[in-house]
Design a protein around this ligand. Sequence first.
Ligand SMILES: NC(=O)c1ccc[n+]([C@@H]2O[C@H](COP(=O)([O-])OP(=O)(O)OC[C@H]3O[C@@H](n4cnc5c(N)ncnc54)[C@H](OP(=O)(O)O)[C@@H]3O)[C@@H](O)[C@H]2O)c1
Length: 431
Amino acid sequence: MSSSIRVGLLGCGVVGGATARILLEHADTVSQKAGVRVDLARIAVRSLSKQREISLPPETYTTDPWEVVGDPNIDVIVEAMGGIEPALDLILHAIRSGKHVVTANKELLSTLGREVMAAADEAGVDVLFEASVAGGIPIVRPMKESLAGDRVKRVMGIVNGTTNYILTQMSETGVSFTEALGQAEELGYTELDPSSDIEGFDAASKIAILASIAFGARVVAGDVHREGISKVTAADVDAAHQLGYEVKLLAVAEIEDGQVAVRVHPAMLPRTHPLASVRDVYNAVFVEAEEVGELMFLGRGAGGPPTASAVVGDIVELARNIKSESRSPGSAYYREPAHIKAQDEVGVRYYVVLSVQDQPGVLSSVAGMFAHHGISIASVRQEGFGDQASLVLITHHATEAQHAATFGDLEQLDAVKSVGSRMRVEGTSES
Ligand SMILES: NC(=O)c1ccc[n+]([C@@H]2O[C@H](COP(=O)([O-])OP(=O)(O)OC[C@H]3O[C@@H](n4cnc5c(N)ncnc54)[C@H](OP(=O)(O)O)[C@@H]3O)[C@@H](O)[C@H]2O)c1
């Protein structure tokens, strides 16, 4: 074995740049923790003329990432380019050349994780991806290692900082979704096209990765039932407050009857739930396991330094493995597809607002319709009167299909003018 571990970096942007800086500035700590010197050997970028936050000899850089993955002196490839291609081909080439890989690429792992992990198993190398979920929060390693002997029942997370910032603004200042999105854009919290965050695609990728590890079987982003926050109104947030709830974009993965139910959607959470107090761009993952009970991991889910902190942690683990000729825990969770529970069959609770006629018997006809579909009502409150009368209900647990059928049939009742806002309720002792 050589006297140092040589790292090749693909990409030197937000994450890659901070990774390079930490490797240089914390070189002594990193080498001490790894038990071997860790050298940043080569960096692939798109543009050689761009100003970088670190100063390295020009020959460190190349615009040809194949040169880096093909370099026989490099032991570890850090993929911080993003996207599917050419990242996938480069990672596969690195793996097949016997190099270990660290990646922050949730998009790639949540769609093609199986291909990457199968290649790694075949080549006898490791692929580590702590930074791909919730940036700087250590969640992948605790789930893979610390909870290896437990049975995870549910993982519930706020895993997208942009949407959490928007919902925090709506909650704390009463602004509309559009105004809060504008503020997020001004602060640089959004991508050029914000839809990946707003419509829940980013959170879906992350919960697919977490669900795969939590339940030991492959879940891909396409398995995730997904709804974004663009339809959440200031009135919904206000109604949630009146009931003692906060609105959050939740990513939920749980095991029900041996099947994995996995979804991303806005939900009302009781203010007493630990996730309800996660504000601004912070992320948090709440894990419930059979033996350990409830755990929460909180921190910065994005940004260069937090994400790079996770990347460097993975580099150190790989350097130790190389030195001790060992491997990290295997990637069995990517081998077999998980049995995914159809969203229609998933048990949920709902908050729903019905605009109703202000006349005797309304409540009993509404309650009768819920009962007809096998749903019991946890709470009901009447608001307004005359033309403005409405009923605000929270249901007990029943399937999505039961709720959908009930909402459809309620519209047909003479007493009900319309079925208004509705939102799932999570984080109660029942859910
Ligand atoms: N940003 C975050 O907070 C965050 C958090 C968690 C995970 N991630 C993930 O980390 C990855 C990187 O994200 P990022 O925000 O760091 O992206 P970024 O700032 O856009 O950086 C991408 C880097 O890759 C280089 N690059 C892109 N295509 C290339 C090519 N074909 N050949 C050579 N170099 C190429 C770019 O070169 P130039 O510099 O020359 O343009 C740039 O340095 C993504 O998978 C992302 O999902 C990001």
